[in-house]
Design a protein around this ligand. Structure first.
Ligand code: CP3
Length: 356
């Protein structure tokens, strides 16, 4: 493997000194880019992109050709794991993800097993190796997976939900089945992430998009404990370097304090918590990643730059910050606003890293 030329992301995630704050953007490859829409049209649909390593590699590289980002993120989806468990993932236009065979009974939950990441998910590992070759050491590659709880919501609901009626209902009504499902998912995700590291992923992120909808006690029992079970099983070193792990619970708020004790190297922070407060909650235990409101990208480049400076000011001095949005970039923003955000981080952040 070629020498890594830009290791700002890996250093910042481990709270090591850097010359400026590194940046990448959640969903940086996506519909807001015309070249992505063209690739998706050629592939037929989203799963056609994910399932074809050449196309997944092509799309992963697109935002790096446009913007001076400090990381690439594997182009895939968190729902490939339940798909590999046999649930039949498909995307219907305007409706988001759906499963043909959602888990609708305790018996269905008992019947699922762990997929082999090098068999059913081979196409993801092939994409990881291909992207590493294509990157040629330019920036590190982030691998990822969904948290057990977030995956379980889609598997039990059969798709997206506003009320979490079935999935939260299961936690209250049949916690034993819920624990069984979350345990299988945690072990499956750990094996899947370790296979990504073996294929070349250099940092890992766990997306817990729906942890914030649980009450604090249930968050601990049904979401955080299972992310912890994953972190405990992960390969933490590869190619002679530590492989940093980032946990992201959307809507975490004060739960960041408990998350900082999970053994993760870094936490993603959404825009509803100030980074200064997140720093107070987590002390020196973890690095922080975030947290520009994605809606700021609907404003002018001038306003975007002002908001980026506010995020950098809020974290303040010292290492341990990776700039990002507080959640994924939305499809209808102007790519020039992403360009302005990335450039402002480069221009404004060196002052926070000067030796004092
Ligand atoms: O960040 C990146 O660039 C990497 C790619 C990535 C995708 N999905 C591609 C994608 C990542 C990290 C994800 C994670 C993901 N997928 C999450 C967790 C992060 C989050 O956003 O909260 C969740 C909940 C999913 C499930 C999922 N996949 C949903 C709800 C949707 C539909 C949303 C939408 O925008 O239509 C997807 C589809 C999806 N995954 C798209 C992309 C680029 C859009 C597909 C398309 O229409 O082209």
């Amino acid at each position: 493997m070629s020498e890594l030329q830009n290791d700002r992301l890996l250093r910042a995630l481990l709270r090591q000194p850097v010359d400026r704050t590194p940046t990448w953007i959640m969903r940086q490859a996506g519909r807001y880019l015309p070249e992505y829409r063209a690739s998706r049209a050629r592939a037929g649909n989203f799963m056609g992109l994910c399932g074809n390593p050449d196309m997944a590699c092509e799309v992963t590289m697109q935002p790096l050709e446009r913007f001076p980002l400090d990381a690439a993120i594997l182009f895939s989806d968190i729902l490939t794991v339940p798909d590999a468990m046999g649930l039949g993932l498909y995307f219907s236009e305007g409706e988001g993800p759906r499963f043909e065979r959602p888990l609708q009974s305790a018996a269905a939950i008992r019947a699922i097993g762990q997929p082999d990441p090098n068999d059913e998910l081979r196409y993801v590992m092939d994409a990881v190796s291909l992207i590493r070759r294509e990157l040629n050491g330019r920036v590190p590659l982030i691998g990822f997976a969904g948290s057990p709880w977030t995956l379980a919501t889609y598997m039990v609901e059969g798709g997206s939900t506003k009320t979490f009626g079935r999935s939260k209902g299961l936690l209250f009504e049949d916690p034993e089945s819920a624990h069984h499902l979350l345990g299988v998912l945690a072990d499956s995700v750990a094996a899947y992430l370790n296979a990504q590291v073996a294929a070349g992923a250099q940092a890992l992120m766990i997306f817990d998009t729906w942890g914030g909808v649980l009450n604090p006690a249930m968050y601990r029992t049904f979401s955080l404990d299972y992310m912890q079970r994953i972190v405990d099983q992960l390969t933490r070193e590869a190619e002679g370097r530590r492989v940093p792990v980032v946990l992201f619970t959307k809507g975490a708020g004060t739960r960041l304090a408990a998350m900082a004790d999970s053994g993760a190297d870094a936490l993603g922070v959404d825009w509803t918590t100030d980074l200064a407060d997140a720093r107070t909650l987590t002390g020196d235990r973890v690095a922080l990643q975030g947290n520009l409101d994605p809606a700021a990208l609907y404003a002018s480049p001038t306003a975007v730059r002002r908001e980026v400076r506010a995020v950098l000011d809020s974290f303040g001095n010292g290492p341990g910050h990776v700039f990002n949005l507080g959640h994924g970039v939305t499809p209808d923003i102007d790519p020039d606003c992403v360009a302005a955000a990335v450039d402002e981080v480069i221009q404004y952040s060196p002052q926070f890293h000067s030796p004092s």
